[in-house]
Design a protein around this ligand. Sequence first.
Ligand code: ASC
Length: 153
Amino acid sequence: MTFKTTVAAVAAAACTLLALPASAQFAKAEEAIKYRQGSLFVIGQHFGRIGAMVNGKLPFDAKAAQDNADIVAAMAALPWAGFGPGTDKGAPHKAKPAVWSEQAKFNEHAQTFQTEAGKLAAAARTGKLDQIKAAFGPAAQSCKSCHDAFRNR
Ligand code: ASC
């Protein structure tokens, strides 16, 4: 390789690293599994805090709802990179084999959740509980339908 092509190759590799989903950064399947479980756990915690307000178990706090919904929406993009090829084994988990054998369907669920999480964050920005309630149902349903199809009990 000439110097120029070497520089170009290194630059291309660096760009690829930046552009690749987080899956490429996992040294081993166990880390991908922990990553997806950790991100889904954090999402669940923040989603649950909104749920508590929606269900009247916590007093409504518009700022808290917005903060939590923003976290859910931002984190909604993350777990999916942790379901890459070969991550069906490597640590205990509850993902069904269908995650890897029915990828298109799984990806569709992941996408639906991201869309609903975005709508929930938009609703939370209105500061109105009725708007949040309206968006929360479909978002929760998107969690549930994916869990029903792709997560063992
Ligand atoms: C949550 C949470 C889920 C969903 C799901 C909705 O708060 O942790 O997995 O809502 O229960 O039905």
